[in-house]
Design a binder for this molecule. Structure first.
Ligand code: HPA
Length: 275
């Protein structure tokens, strides 16, 4: 985890005397949330060891030092995905670089397909819990020697902080979005689900499905950070346009919601204060 320590040093150097305790990670099509913040300085991910080289449309690969009404926050536009690397370690390095730089509160966003039949594209789901399917089947970011930032067997009940969940729901509602609260299923991707797989995931109790977030939450909770997360519902799972057309539809819906989601996240950071 040398990369994370070096990355943290770069971030700390860029932040100066007032390093952010907050970080926001934007998912597919959501990089526009940065416009809701007062940006002071932006680095490319290639300048920050441990940060990923972005390979996916809708993930620009920039980290901005910003403020939400005076409260400092890192806004990360882009994240590493398991399907890009076939490895969870880049995800652990990315999150740990932020944590080592002083972040204690992480807000994660993603684009997801609806499994719950009541959900519609454009809705936003505050994540209450997750099914980490790659993790359950042996692709887990905490495999191997225990990282000293946390204990060997971290508990994940209550991983999604209750007061952040309430603050997110309230702020997203104020921003004019249809707010849901539910369970996120993380699949490896990169293929979208078959109709039969969506039936399976629904029966398992998931409300939305995507290809990110759960491993970041696990790494952050292992190290004791406070986590809040949301999914922009961009499509009905199992019912997608084929191939890259599907991904650009996902990016289109998410980018339409991005200004309102950005406003809500800025309000949560500002109202919850320095943490
Ligand atoms: N499935 C998996 N990941 C996704 C989807 C989906 O339907 N939509 C956006 N990300």
């Amino acid at each position: 985890m040398i990369d994370a320590a070096c990355g943290a040093e770069v971030l700390r150097g860029a932040a100066g005397v007032d390093p952010p305790r907050w970080a926001v990670i934007s998912g597919s099509g959501l990089s526009g949330i940065v416009d809701a913040f007062d940006v002071r300085r932006t680095l490319g991910y290639s300048e920050v060891p441990g940060f990923p080289v972005a390979t996916v449309a809708g993930h620009p690969g920039r980290v901005s030092l910003a403020k939400a009404s005076g409260v400092p926050v890192w806004i990360c536009q882009g994240r590493p995905h398991f399907y890009e690397h076939g490895d969870m370690r880049p995800i652990a390095s990315f999150v740990r670089a932020l944590l080592d730089a002083g972040v204690t509160r992480l807000l994660l966003t993603n684009a997801a397909g609806a499994l719950n039949p009541q959900y519609r594209p454009g809705d936003v789901m505050v994540i209450a819990d997750h099914l980490f399917l790659p993790g359950l089947t042996g692709h887990h970011p905490l495999l191997g020697p225990n990282d000293p930032r946390g204990e060997r067997f971290p508990a994940l009940a209550g991983a999604y902080d209750l007061s952040l969940r309430a603050a997110l729901s309230q702020a997203l509602g104020h921003a004019g979005l249809m707010v849901r609260e539910g369970t996120y299923a993380m699949v490896a991707g990169p293929s979208y689900e078959t109709p039969a797989e969506t039936v399976l995931l629904r029966r398992l109790g998931a409300d939305a499905v995507g290809m990110s977030t759960a491993p970041e939450v696990v790494v952050a909770r292992h190290a004791g950070a406070t986590v809040g997360a949301l999914s922009t519902i961009t499509n009905v799972a199992g019912n997608d346009e084929p191939g890259d057309a599907g991904h650009s539809a996902v990016v289109d819906v998410a980018s339409t919601a991005a200004p309102r989601i950005g406003a809500a996240l800025a309000a949560v950071v500002w109202q919850s204060g320095e943490g």
